[in-house]
Write a new protein. Structure first.
Length: 467
């Protein structure tokens, strides 16, 4: 097969995939898929023709994240402009550490970071695209650690006394960062939340004072702007004041909720974010850009440049005349793919107003889903709602309702029509559909509710599942 024929065939497969989706996933158990799939790596290559069958098999058993029934994680859908950017970025195969190697892409990323800083309120800020919100949270904690111990970068850090503070419903990536940075899990203090899942400021002040009495060194607070389960927003302005009073670095994990800043209607959820020292924000979540596309933004860029100063010794990469433009000087990575182009093209297509309309449409769909749950006698809301996470459960008085809801979720996923998440709020098992996919509409939401209820009733009647 000639190269042009191969590319034509790939384009046909892409079109068929986008047009032919009928199920979110054709569920196959791991053991069965291992038996069915040919995953051998040959000693002698099989040629380009064999690749077509491999690609078709891959897509057949992949989760179709562009399907309107996909409401499981905090991302989903398909953006054509961003998809084109992903293809072109891979085709050009630039690396983002120097302007010399990625001239146009460097300027594209700088333009994106500048605009995101303006939206957040970091007038003189800067930042970098990262491998995800987890990495962004770690960089924020590195900056906080530098502020409390600037010499540690040279002589090493003793993290045993450093403590940071997060809400008890924060993302686990803060624990990951504590592990990587040598701070330790026990030094991540989980602050109690109110009934809506938001960090309690009175308890934060108590924990800061307690840590000092224990001869520990408080060094940062990580607030969450839209928690993973409930979609709760910590009270940013109040936390910022506490951090200012105690001279603590204030980082906001807005990986999931950052896109509310586009909407005049919903921006108030992050009121006071301009008072933070740093923030992470994932464009691959609510903005629908393909994985991975995540930004770390910082109010004082000199701190980021300092913690990334290890690159100064790379005389073979960084030349003096490009010092202010080479992105490798403000990144923990050396080789780094171009994740900027896909976001740039999507932004050029939609504009700020288009992102705002997208956010507002998602919130309207989440309102609609909540109203269906509230008005259905066999369903109940399990948490108040601030964002597009809708925490619900099927109800029945006479059975183990947690086990019923686990079984509902299992059957729904295996049926292939929908994919939603299961989680816990306290001791309660909940179902958590999330609206973050532009293919979702009210018709799909109606069907989801009907399937949850009918599946729950089948379980109550003892009807076995048949896939």
């Amino acid at each position: 097969m000639e190269d042009t024929e191969f590319l034509d065939e790939i384009l046909r497969i892409i079109r068929d995939y986008l047009e032919g989706s009928t199920n979110v996933v054709d569920f196959v158990s791991p053991s069965s898929l291992r038996r069915m799939a040919d995953l051998t790596l040959p000693l002698e290559g099989r040629g380009i023709d064999s690749i077509i069958e491999d690609i078709e098999q891959f897509l057949k058993y992949s989760v179709k994240t562009n399907d309107p029934g996909f409401m499981n994680p905090l991302w989903g859908g398909f953006n054509l402009a961003a998809f084109a950017g992903e293809i072109i970025a891979t085709l050009s195969n630039n690396s983002m550490y120097t302007y010399e190697l990625s001239p146009y892409a460097t300027l594209v990323e700088q333009s994106l970071i500048k605009r995101m800083c303006e939206i957040v309120g970091f007038g003189e800020g800067n930042g970098t695209l990262t491998t995800g919100g987890s990495n962004g949270n770690m960089i924020g904690m590195m900056c906080a650690r530098h502020q409390v111990d600037p010499l540690g970068q040279q002589r090493g850090f003793d993290g045993q006394k450093l403590v940071c503070f997060v809400s008890e419903e924060s993302h686990y990536s803060v624990l990951m960062a504590a592990n990587v940075l040598g701070i330790g899990f026990e030094n991540v203090i989980k602050v109690p939340c109110d009934g809506d899942g938001r960090m309690r400021c009175d308890k934060l002040e108590e924990e800061i004072e307690r840590s000092r009495l224990n001869n520990q060194i408080p060094f940062c607070v990580v607030a969450t702007a839209a928690t993973t389960v409930r979609g709760a927003f910590d009270p940013i302005k109040e936390i910022a004041q506490i951090c200012s009073d105690n001279d603590l670095w204030f980082h906001v994990d807005a990986a999931w909720g950052g896109s509310c800043l586009f909407s005049a209607q919903h921006r108030k959820l992050m009121d006071g974010v301009e008072l933070a020292d740093s923030i992470c924000w994932d464009a691959h979540k609510m903005m629908g850009v393909p994985l991975v596309c995540s930004a770390f933004l910082i109010k004082r860029p000199e701190v980021l440049r300092k913690i990334c100063s290890h690159g100064n010794v790379a005389h073979y990469l960084f030349l003096g005349e490009a010092e202010e433009v080479d992105l490798g000087r403000i990144s923990l990575q050396c080789g780094r793919r171009n994740d900027a182009l896909k976001l740039f093209l999507a932004w050029r297509e939609k504009g700020d107003a288009g992102w705002a309309r997208l956010v507002e449409s998602y919130m309207e769909l989440a309102d609609y889903l909540e109203s269906l749950v509230t008005n259905h006698p066999q369903l109940e809301m399990m948490s108040s709602r601030q964002w597009t996470n809708v925490c619900i459960r099927f109800t029945d008085d006479s059975t183990d309702i947690n086990e019923i809801n686990r079984e509902i979720r299992d059957r729904i996923v295996k049926s292939g029509n929908f994919m939603i998440s299961q989680s816990n709020i306290g001791n309660n098992v909940i179902l958590r559909p999330v609206i973050a996919n532009p293919a979702v509409n009210t018709e799909q939401i109606d069907k989801l509710i009907a399937e949850i209820v009918s599946t729950g009733n089948d379980i109550l009647r003892g009807i076995p599942f048949s896939q």
